[in-house]
Design a protein around this ligand. Structure first.
Ligand SMILES: [Zn+2]
Ligand SMILES: [Zn+2]
Length: 284
């Protein structure tokens, strides 16, 4: 059984429609795929409707959090999406994302970069507007060679000239909210150094005592050494070692299924959730 517990669609900053993410997951030989768009559950309906036979969908979300001034991502799974407190916080994060994106585009304009809000929203399409869309606009306008180059101090990287921080949840509160909605939480890519900082072992231990269920060990941004360290840390703290591709379609080179969670750990993780159930293909 192969399960990838981290993927994005056009409901946030992925480049593939939710239905396309499902068909790509099946073609990649997966039995289970979690759709974990940033701060939204909007992709779950279209994904469930398009499930190919043999594929199970784990409804999830990647929540934007902030710890000690740094951005931190928390994956939530199998929570009740109608739970009012969690739904309200996600709506607040989504609307602040738009205000923040607008502010960054304004700063870029002040810096003389030829990007416009119309261009950024066109690139975002139906998705929640975010930095990846601004990065693509900067590349499209020839300001940077590739979208990845936009994430440096020159432009929209953390602390960059056109960077604007936004509303995010304190992670302990996010863990409590997801648990309150019957879900389980996994700390996303804690050692992805490309993001400018890493979550310390001490911070992970604090989150574990606050009710965190697992940590993402197998992730494309973690090398072998980091994975071994995190696997041992998870075992020591009683956390589930999870894994996923963090596929964003074209943006990440169509890597769905490149990292997975073991079948035993998957069962252990979902057994603790009560807010929703994994969705399987049903004959009409
Ligand atoms: Zn993330
Ligand atoms: Zn992600």
């Amino acid at each position: 059984m192969r399960a990838d517990l981290h993927s994005h669609s056009t409901a946030s900053d992925g480049t593939c429609e939710p239905a396309e993410v499902m068909s790509r997951a099946r073609r990649a030989g997966l039995d289970v795929i979690a759709l974990t768009d940033h701060d939204t559950v909007a992709g779950h309906g279209p994904a469930a409707a398009a499930l190919p036979p043999g594929l199970t969908l784990v409804p999830g979300m990647e929540l934007s959090c902030r710890l000690d001034g740094h951005s931190l991502h928390l994956l939530g799974y199998l929570f009740d999406p109608a739970e009012p407190q969690l739904a309200a916080e996600c709506a607040a994060i989504r609307s602040s994302r738009i205000d923040r994106a607008r502010a960054m585009v304004a700063r870029l304009e002040d810096l003389g970069a030829p990007v416009t809000w119309e261009q950024v929203t066109r690139i975002a399409g139906d998705g929640v507007v975010g930095r990846p869309h601004i990065a693509r606009a900067l590349a499209e306008s020839g300001v940077v060679a590739s979208p990845a180059d936009a994430f440096g101090p020159e432009w929209i990287g953390a602390g960059g000239r056109a960077h604007v921080p936004r509303y995010a949840l304190e992670p302990v509160r996010a863990i409590t909210l997801v648990r309150g909605a019957g879900g389980v939480t996994v700390l996303a890519h804690p050692r992805a150094a490309s993001r400018g900082w890493v979550v310390s072992d001490e911070a992970i231990a604090r989150l574990a005592s606050a009710g965190l269920t697992g940590i993402e060990v197998d992730h494309p941004d973690h090398d072998h050494e980091k994975r071994e360290h995190l696997r041992a840390l998870a075992a020591a703290l009683g956390l589930v070692a999870s894994g996923g591709s963090d596929d964003h379609g074209q943006l990440t080179g169509y890597r769905i299924g490149c990292d997975t969670i073991s079948p035993e750990n998957y069962q252990q993780l979902i057994a603790q959730a009560t807010g929703a159930a994994p969705v399987s293909h049903r004959m009409a």
